[in-house]
Design a protein around this ligand. Structure first.
Ligand SMILES: Cc1cc2nc3c(=O)[nH]c(=O)nc-3n(C[C@H](O)[C@H](O)[C@H](O)COP(=O)(O)OP(=O)(O)OC[C@H]3O[C@@H](n4cnc5c(N)ncnc54)[C@H](O)[C@@H]3O)c2cc1C
Length: 559
């Protein structure tokens, strides 16, 4: 009998790759894991994807491990863009920009964000959910993960931007999904086909467990853990929106082949009010006051990041250019002179936007005056150029840490913790204690307005000693996060790293509902196994990576 790769090659217009160089390349994403796929397929069009899904469905009994992992740019930090069977590379041929207007964006999933950014900017609009990996990632990956970024403080994660998707489901057909009113939902549920059955089963699953599902939503501004079931069916509005379920489903329910998104207006000018806090005791009150002023973004970093930023500012020379770099460095040193050797405990960056610089400055001054009663130093970076040095340090926290610890590598596993910001003064010291206890060298930097932190320790993750730290650390972090009703992932999703902790975070009953959702859409488990609800700690630990990508995180240094 011919191998699956040979059979598929004969059926599709796209290409099927089984050579070691290709499978090795696709065996990594930006996570701590590695899995070598049997083959990488670059589908030419949706018809190919339908054929691949049908092939897997029909041959699953004979080849039980046959499965499909959709993959876009592969910058996933949770291990969800790798798989042992077929990796479906969506960047090769699904890269058409259908349209971009001042209201909406219509693309194929493999379109890179870096190619869309300038087009939207020219039209004076943007996607308000773009991640820091904007130079590397695709729109399909952003939908797959329900990604978020600096602007998510105001606009939320990608789920808030998705209007309509085309998806290939487990029966090998392509379907359009979009919000439905009650009438449209009932028409769908009356269909006697696979699609009708999906709508019926999912509607009843949510309706029968309505309060449990609605209350399961983590009490945070942004979340990408679990399946977004709490946003699918709303009894009050009568809207049933499957796009909410697919956004953040990490390729575990089907393959996304077409995406329509809303866009929002982009402000013409921005400026920062920078706050240097000598201690974080007053953080809660400051966050509350800042948020009352509705900043565009509200970011921050700790004293370790700040010290490293000052010491290694030369790192930004390439991104800024020699002249601009010299200017920025001089400006940073003059800021630092104010501290007379006492570096602040925390640096907060509050960004305001406006159509004129006067509007921006008025907003900055208003907040600055209100903060006069607090014990802190303030600095105004009144335009994009003056703000740049702070953004460089904020985005480069990981790369800066690596300057200090050269033989270790970024190991994301507690990389996306999120709690309501008012809890931070209590939460952060307790978190730092755990990080210190397990000797995990890490900086704390993140989206303070959202209470969302990127802590990516530098470790030798291939060593048994460092691997042994993962489970006990998680066992201490999970209850801490739950004590503050938070989530383990504000934007980076579950994959292999957080999937095994879904029952601990959501409880067995809600986890059971997540699992039923997976079974409704993917009864044979052909889409992205061992991720999200199908993840197990044993499988994940068996696939810890043995080699490290030194370059991936350098993107943080981009302008
Ligand atoms: C340096 C760095 C910084 C980062 N910063 C952020 C950040 O600020 N915010 C943030 O949210 N994330 C961040 N990330 C994580 C990651 O970049 C984002 O989640 C990104 O949106 C993933 O896009 P991608 O194209 O690389 O997707 P991939 O990694 O290829 O895939 C992501 C997930 O989506 C699924 N998927 C991809 N395409 C499809 C499809 N067509 N159909 C169905 N499922 C699909 C995959 O199976 C996978 O589960 C960062 C990563 C790095 C390396």
């Amino acid at each position: 009998m011919k191998s699956p790769a040979t059979q598929l090659r004969a059926q599709i217009d796209g290409t099927v790759h089984t050579d070691t160089q290709t499978t090795e390349t696709y065996s990594h994403d930006a996570s701590i894991y590695e899995i070598s796929p049997e083959m990488v397929i670059k589908p030419a069009h949706t018809k190919d994807i339908k054929k691949i899904v049908r092939f897997v469905r029909d041959n699953k009994a004979h080849y039980p491990t046959l499965a499909i992992t959709p993959r876009s740019a592969g910058t996933d930090m949770s291990g969800a863009a790798i798989g042992s069977s077929i990796v479906l590379d969506m960047t090769a041929h699904f890269s058409t920009l259908h349209s971009a207007t001042t209201k909406s964006l219509h693309v194929q999933p493999g379109v890179f964000m870096r190619n869309i950014d300038p087009i939207l900017t020219e039209k004076g609009v943007m996607l308000g959910c773009v991640p820091a990996s904007r130079a590397l990632c695709t729109i399909g990956g952003m939908v797959g993960n329900n990604s978020g970024g600096e602007q998510s403080l105001r606009y939320g994660n990608t789920e808030n931007f998705v209007r309509e998707l085309e998806v290939v489901l487990a029966d090998g057909n392509a379907y359009t999904i979009k919000p439905l009113d009650r009438r449209a939902l009932h028409i769908k549920m009356e269909q006697g086909d696979f699609e009708g059955e999906l709508y019926r089963k999912l509607y009843h699953l949510i309706e029968d467990n309505y309060d449990l599902v609605r209350n399961a939503r983590p009490h945070v501004n942004k979340n990408s853990m679990g399946y977004n079931l709490w946003s699918v069916w709303d009894r009050d509005t009568g809207v049933f929106d499957l796009t909410r379920l697919f956004t953040g489903s990490q390729g575990t329910l089907g393959v996304i082949t077409d995406i329509k998104l809303n866009v929002v207006k982009k402000a013409k000018h921005s400026g920062l009010l920078v706050l240097y806090l000598p201690n974080i005791k007053q953080l809660g009150e400051i966050i509350k006051l800042v948020m009352e002023h509705h900043p565009a973004t509200f970011e921050g970093f700790d004293d370790i990041t700040f010290n490293l930023g000052i010491r290694h500012f030369s790192l930004f020379k390439a991104a800024l250019g020699a002249k601009e770099w010299a200017k920025q460095q001089a400006s940073l040193l003059s800021s630092v002179a104010k501290f007379k050797g006492h570096v602040p405990n925390m640096v907060l960056m509050v960004e305001f936007e406006g159509d004129t610089l006067d509007e921006v400055h008025a907003k900055i001054n208003e907040l600055s005056n209100k903060l006069n009663g607090f014990k802190l130093k303030k600095e105004v970076a009144g335009d994009e150029s003056a703000s740049s040095k702070f953004w460089q340090i904020r985005r480069a926290s990981l790369a800066l840490l690596r300057q200090r610890i050269k033989d270790k590598y970024a190991s994301p596993f507690i990389d996306d913790l999120t709690v309501q910001p008012q809890y931070l003064p209590e939460f952060l010291p307790r978190l730092r204690k755990i990080i210190r206890k397990y000797k995990l060298p890490a900086t704390i930097a993140g989206h303070f307005g959202d209470g969302n932190f990127h802590i990516i320790p530098l470790m030798d993750i291939s060593s048994p000693e460092d691997q042994a730290k993962l489970e006990p650390t998680m066992r201490e972090i999970v209850p801490l996060v739950l004590e503050y009703k938070g989530t383990l992932a504000g934007e980076h999703n579950d994959g292999m790293v957080r999937g095994p902790w879904l029952p601990a975070v959501f409880g067995e009953e809600m986890y059971g509902i997540f699992k039923q959702t997976k079974v409704i859409f993917d009864p044979q488990n052909i889409f992205n196994p061992y991720k999200k609800t199908d993840a197990t700690w044993e499988y994940s630990m068996d696939h810890i990576r043995s080699n490290h990508d030194r370059n991936l995180y350098k993107v943080k240094l981009l302008k």
